[in-house]
Design a protein around this ligand. Sequence first.
Ligand code: HEM
Length: 406
Amino acid sequence: MTASVEARDRITAPVLDMDPYSVENITSPYAFQTALRDIGPVAFIPKHGVYAVGRHAECTEVFKDHERFSAKAGIGIQDIRKPGDFRVPNRMLENDPPSSTAIRGVVTKYLSPIVIRRWKEHFEKLATPFAEEIVARGSIDGVEDLAEAWILKVFPQAVGIDMPREQILAIGEMRFNQSGPPNELYRKAMERAKPHIEWFEHSVTREAAKPGSIAESLFEAEERGEFPEPGLASNMVRSLIGGGSDSTIAALGHTLHYLARDPAQWDLLREDANGRAKLAFEEAIRMEPAFMVTYRTTTGPVELSGVSLDGDTKIGIFMGAGNRDPRKFEDPDRYDLMRNSTGVHVGFGQGAHTCIGQMIARIEAEAILKALSKLVSRIELDGEARYRPINQMRMLDILPLRFTSA
Ligand code: HEM
């Protein structure tokens, strides 16, 4: 067979002429998600020159095969190995096994079940008075007053780094716009974050880490020579702050949004909060993953589900599309506390980089959901919810809520 016949016989990815980064698609991604799943197992998006997957099977396959799909060029749309990108790479996530797993092994030690249990007990103690104060107000903004206020109360204690709201939100918006294309959202977020960059750089130093915290344990591990390379403790603290604050705020906001729109689900939670708070949170992450997309890069010309892909090209894993794939989930657009898709949905990733902080996110969210479920008989929308447009994130901006006390 000649080379030209081979080239002609290659099945190439169908073209999807949509922009997942338009403000319209960021704030309401469902039409894009459906189109991506329907067009085939993998598509090419010419607007950004990237491949994209939105079916559950291919999302999982790309996550799990670093031989064909590497994270080394970064998990954003831009290639961080090329000049011009000034983001500090995440040396665990933007890396492949075995190098990434060696780093991950050290971090995992300091997020052990004993550490998690300690913080779980502490968060549960804090949750009741926090919830009482919120419920007493009657009407609140579920984003600023609840999701942000709660996560920014508990998460900084566990990590051991102060995270003032204005600073951490500006830095988060910068990071999660920066992982998208250099559009207007990106430019505005960079401007807003500029005055806070010095604060952020200080917050990932040894001096900023509080005694008894996860950050302190990582710096101590570095001093004992546990990490395979120097400078990793600070890089890991950076990735815990970056990976764990906005994502959990977003996920808790989505959980409250679904529960407020469906009183039957709120009742299910109240009937068995100890068993179902976890499912309420997990189901919101399935339906609205905080991270809209993450990228890998083809390591050479590769095949995926019978489609030939060019080498050295980014491929976006659209987690929201995968998590609503009817090939995998029955009635996928239904928020249902009786469903348990933990470990199956892709909202925490899959494979070598699956979210290392997911237990922390869960104990934070479960503590507050359990406390609220004891105090509130009904939770309702008290106005229109709005989304905050961020390139990589699915996050609410405003969520007006009204509580009826139990
Ligand atoms: C609901 C909240 C969260 C969501 C939805 C979430 C989602 C994710 C996803 C999708 C990935 C995989 C990214 C990829 O493979 O490209 C990931 C990895 C990661 N997450 Fe989370 N995350 C959450 C909370 C947290 C928290 C609380 C922390 C810190 C305590 C954290 C730290 C990390 C880190 C460090 C990684 C990289 C792991 C590695 O490279 O091995 N995340 N997360």
